[in-house]
Design a binder for this molecule. Structure first.
Ligand SMILES: *[C@@H]1O[C@H](CO)[C@@H](O)[C@H](O)[C@H]1NC(C)=O
Ligand SMILES: *[C@@H]1O[C@H](CO)[C@@H](O)[C@H](O)[C@H]1NC(C)=O
Length: 179
């Protein structure tokens, strides 16, 4: 078994967030992540002035069977806990090359303009990054309720609750969505 490592995370909040007029705003609050050293040499997440940065070194190629589970949770005003609003599991390699649109694909496509992410699998060993990515309003149109959100994205191989399950990377990001 590979012990998960905690990613390097830096969050520096902007004093005020400049939102483009007429845009619904997403303000990142905090984040954390963990990764398996079997799949990543290193992983770091930085949020500075509401822009998201990621740096990763792959330890082995990303192949078919690499899955993403996106869980979007909302905490209503005065509620204690987050509740899942939306959950989607997809095969990352099949998804990025397929025609079907999904939340993950929309995000991934938008991120590719600020990154060197690869569209085709296998994704070879190397250094990949996302620089100064802002979550625009086209990313959030599905979430109509303003409030406190938590996005949890788990990347894994195999199947949950079976011996084949192997966690590769889990990211948790808290954000406020305002109107
Ligand atoms: C990340 O934050 C979530 C929510 O607070 C928590 O459940 C999880 O254990 C944290 N993970 C790490 C690696 O710190
Ligand atoms: C991982 O990356 C971070 C940020 O780039 C760096 O500070 C750290 O030393 C790296 N850790 C390893 C084990 O390479």
């Amino acid at each position: 078994m590979w012990k998960l490592l905690v990613c390097s995370v830096l969050v520096r909040l902007a004093c005020h967030v400049d939102l483009v007029a007429g845009e619904r705003g997403v303000e990142f609050l905090t984040g954390n992540c963990s990764y398996s050293p079997k799949y990543f040499k290193n992983f770091s997440l930085t949020i500075v002035d509401n822009l998201l940065n990621m740096d990763m070194d792959l330890n082995r190629p990303i192949q078919r069977g690499f899955k993403a589970d996106i869980d979007i949770q909302l905490r209503l005003a005065n509620a204690k806990n987050f509740q899942s609003m939306f959950n989607q599991k997809s095969d990352v390699c099949a998804l990025t090359s397929g025609v079907k649109n999904s939340l993950f694909k929309t995000w991934f496509k938008d991120m590719t303009k600020d990154s060197n992410f690869m569209y085709n699998c296998p994704v070879e060993v190397g250094h990949y990054y996302l620089r100064n990515w802002r979550m625009g309003s086209s990313m959030t149109h599905k979430f109509l309720i303003p409030g406190e959100y938590r996005a949890k994205v788990n990347f894994f191989y195999g199947k949950y609750a079976t011996k084949s399950y192997e966690e590769a990377l889990t990211l948790t990001i808290d954000a406020i969505l305002s109107n």
